[in-house]
Design a protein around this ligand. Structure first.
Ligand code: GLN
Length: 308
């Protein structure tokens, strides 16, 4: 069978399985499984060998059982990083990539604030400019947020925590694969790995930025999600409890103990959660609460300062 013919056949099979955008997916599957580029496919249109046919068959049967394409390919691109993903780890989403960009901007804002203070001190005291920052990513998963920040700021130290040992194996491997070594991943629930350390050395374990994409879907809404999510992705990375807000209640008040003065807490939120979460920030005494929308116009990212 010729490649172009097979491409159409795969697209039809995917569509029968209820998958959207099947032409694009069929092409991605074919290119990845057979290591072909667009020219190989559309200009040369070679005859497929038996080995290639059976390889494609196995990939397509995984996909028609609604396994996420990213698990089958084994990796995703995230802000210039190549991250391995697979069963047990939440697939990073475009809105989280957007949050990584906002977080990078927030850190750069803190840096310019520090450097202008230091510059004015320099004139009088000749003090040294110290811009190295500490950043914490809670519920780090694949490590996408922690690693984007660590890559952007090689002189910062980034910590990531997660309750799941499986995801930490991915996160650590992703750090290695991308040559990132200013990141430390620790196992535990939210702040747990840092609580003891904070009492030992409060200077070392307070942070300029705490960031998180916690589980935020209401427990009852999980069953309405598409099969790729509800049947394949880790539910403990999605389920935010009865009202979806369990993790915000757990993170927002406590984070202040771990933030430096004027440190920032930035959280991804689910649809229609912005007002309630903003109230939680306010009740805990944060200032400058800002909500930002994602590419679909949904209020998705909320951040605030720990100002005293
Ligand atoms: N954004 C994910 C989804 O819609 C949910 C991730 C989360 O709960 N943090 O499937």
């Amino acid at each position: 069978m010729k490649v172009k013919y097979k491409l159409q056949a795969i697209s039809k099979l995917l569509s029968t399985a209820g998958i959207e955008f099947t032409d694009k997916e069929a092409e991605i599957i074919l290119r990845n499984a057979l290591n072909m580029n667009v020219i190989d496919i559309y200009r040369d249109d070679p005859e497929l060998t038996d080995k290639q046919m059976s390889l494609l068959e196995s990939v397509v049967s995984r996909r028609t059982s609604r396994e996420p394409l990213q698990y089958i390919l084994g990796h995703v691109d995230f802000l210039g990083l190549k991250l391995q993903v697979g069963k047990g780890v939440l697939i990073p989403r475009p809105e989280t990539e957007l949050m990584a960009e906002y977080a990078i901007k927030a850190v750069s804002g803190q840096r310019s604030a520090v450097s202008s203070q230091e510059n004015s001190k320099l004139k009088t005291q000749n003090s040294k400019l110290n811009s190295s920052q500490r950043i914490l990513d809670l519920c780090t998963g694949s490590g996408c947020l922690a690693l984007s920040l660590a890559q952007e700021y090689p002189d910062a130290h980034v910590y990531g925590s997660d309750i799941s040992e499986i995801v930490l194996r991915y996160a650590r491997r992703n750090a290695d694969l991308n040559g990132i070594n200013n990141v430390t991943f620790l196992q535990g629930n939210l702040f747990e790995p840092f609580t003891k350390l904070l009492t030992l050395n409060s200077k070392l374990f307070s942070f300029d930025l705490i960031i998180s994409n916690p589980p935020y879907i209401k427990s009852d809404d999980i069953r309405n999600l598409q099969p790729e999510i509800k049947d394949w992705e880790p539910l403990n990375a999605l389920d935010g409890g009865t009202d979806g807000l369990d993790f915000y209640r757990a993170i927002i008040p406590i984070a202040r103990q771990f933030l430096k003065d004027s440190g920032i807490l930035m959280l991804e939120i689910g649809i229609s959660q912005a007002d309630t979460v903003a109230q939680m920030f306010e009740c805990s005494g944060y200032k400058d609460i800002v909500v930002q929308k994602d590419y679909a116009g949904i209020e998705r990212i909320i951040s605030a300062h720990n100002l005293v």
